[in-house]
Design a protein around this ligand. Structure first.
Ligand code: PLP
Length: 491
């Protein structure tokens, strides 16, 4: 469970700072139902850009933002892309919620809110004393640095040196301290080592997304709810919510699946990883190019017992499709030969590299379970192609200019031709094997107790269920915090 005990001094400091900086904190219930955000805040948002460093943007931590760069309010259903069978080659419906329309262009700003908010509104994190440290392979620390700025705190981002240049540039722009650790996407051990070094200095408070229960709290209650809302809005008579597939970095997003399995008990929940680093499938390791996922360990917050399937995606597939979706030649092919309309082609730029991998997981799951046109699979597009301009340029330099032949080959080989290889339906014993792997990272290296590890497996009620239910307690604390600042009343 998340510790929600109050530190009076820290809380008083945070309330004072919030008052000075005009910070009102949104509730989880408002992220689920943004139409309940007070009218006065919605009016002000009409003049605020999506990425502006403005505390009002905390209210845009929701899947239901209007798809606008500036001045957007809220939609009834989340932003999403439905991928047609002519593109995917499978008859079932694949619906993917878009993270592009969150501030920072990525839903990880929500996970970081979920981790910071409990400690902020209890005063355990004290803006006067602490710097908020965000260990990550990129987007989580961008979200954390952004939220820190909005909440008047100093953020510190830790990420591997080989992550894309766009990520580093943006972090510097936003005023975060940036620490680059050796290696690439999957070098999370190096990040943990740096974090443990910083921990010795009391000014640093670490928000480790791989272990903080605020991450699953947020995804269960916000991403899970949003995907269910989306399914209910788009389902046709006879449609079933058959599966949900998410590649895993911290495994926060996987918690959306925990919610969906409660609502739709027949739903299969699949976790994805890179074939070049198949830790779940094979206890494997390695570098790969699906930025944001696959970190050579099993995150503490992955509820493995609830995971029905593991799927490994070849990173080359996601790279090739990134080009197909984001070059004029690829787009012309999809329009002229697949008959996709301009709106959908534009929406395919809402898929970042891991979003493409998520869709590929859906296709493989659809083939494995032989899903039909009455089955719906849900996933998310964590960020969009905007984050990968330099990667697309690198691919052009490597493979030469794109053309129609390359588009045909890429679509056929890297999407239509996907097989049910490199995937496994997980039985009870298989899941236990994956869960047990947590021991080496978390108990041996990172100071967790064996009893805590066992509780995650044997005591769902007092671990996962209890954390999911804490959204209500958190909202009450947020209400009390906002009451103390008096800002809501004076709007
Ligand atoms: C681009 C991208 N995709 C996927 C993920 C994985 O999401 P999660 O950490 O919720 O498993 C991340 C995490 O940072 C990410 O940045």
């Amino acid at each position: 469970m998340i510790d929600l005990s109050i530190n009076k001094e820290g809380l008083a400091n945070n309330i004072k700072k919030a008052k000075e900086n005009g910070i009102i904190i949104p509730k989880i219930s408002q992220m689920q139902h943004p139409e309940t955000i007070p009218g006065a805040i919605q009016d002000k948002l009409k003049n605020v850009g999506l990425w502006d460093i403005n505390p009002l943007n905390l209210f845009r931590i929701t899947w239901k933002n209007e798809a606008k760069e500036s001045g957007g309010l809220f939609r009834e259903i989340p932003n999403y892309v439905e991928l047609p069978s002519s593109l995917t080659g499978v008859p079932c419906r694949i619906i993917a919620m878009a993270g592009k329309w969150f501030p920072t262009g990525c839903h990880k700003v929500g996970a970081s809110f979920g981790c910071l908010a409990p400690r902020l509104v209890t005063g355990q994190f004290d803006v006067n004393k602490h710097k908020a440290v965000w260990p990550s392979t990129g987007n989580y620390c961008r979200g954390g640095a952004f939220n820190s700025r909005l909440l008047g705190a100093q953020g510190v981002a830790i990420l591997p040196a080989e992550m894309s240049q766009e990520r580093f540039d943006w972090l510097h722009e936003i005023g975060a301290e940036v620490i680059a650790t050796p290696g690439c996407e999957s070098n999370v051990k190096e990040i943990f080592d740096k974090t443990n070094e910083l921990k010795l200095d009391p000014q640093y408070m670490i928000f480790n997304q791989f272990a903080e229960m605020g991450n699953p709290l947020w995804h269960y209650n916000v991403t899970g709810y949003a995907l269910a809302d989306l399914f209910e809005a788009v389902k046709r008579p006879g449609d079933k919510f058959a599966a949900a597939c998410f590649t895993s970095g911290s495994a926060g997003t996987m918690s959306a699946g925990d919610y969906l399995k409660e609502q739709y008990p027949q739903l299969k929940l699949a976790v994805g990883e890179a074939l070049q680093c198949p830790t779940i499938l094979n206890n494997g390791f390695g570098g790969h190019r699906i930025e944001g996922i696959g970190d050579k360990h099993i995150p503490w917050i992955h509820n493995v017992k609830n995971t029905d399937m593991a799927i490994a995606i070849d990173d080359e597939d996601s790279q090739r499709l990134l080009r197909l979706f984001n070059t004029p030649e690829g787009q012309a092919y999809m329009k002229e030969e697949l008959g996709l309309d301009d709106e959908l082609i534009e929406k395919l730029t809402w898929l970042g590299i891991s979003g493409i991998a998520n869709v590929l997981c859906c296709i493989k799951a659809a083939k494995y379970y032989e899903l039909t046109e009455h089955d719906v699979i849900g996933t998310v597009l964590t960020d969009s192609a905007v984050m990968y301009g330099s990667r697309i340029q690198e691919l052009n330099d490597m493979y030469g200019a794109y053309d129609r032949t390359a588009a045909i080959v890429d679509h056929n080989i890297h999407m239509l031709n996907l097989k049910t290889d490199n995937m496994k339906e997980l039985g009870y014993a298989d899941r236990k094997v994956v869960h047990n792997l947590k021991y080496y990272t978390w108990v041996e290296q990172q100071g967790k107790e064996t009893a805590e590890l066992n509780a995650l497996w044997y005591d769902t009620e007092h671990t996962w269920d209890a954390v999911h239910a804490q959204a209500k307690d958190l909202d009450e604390l947020i209400d009390a915090f906002n009451e103390e600042t008096g800002l809501l009343k004076s709007l």
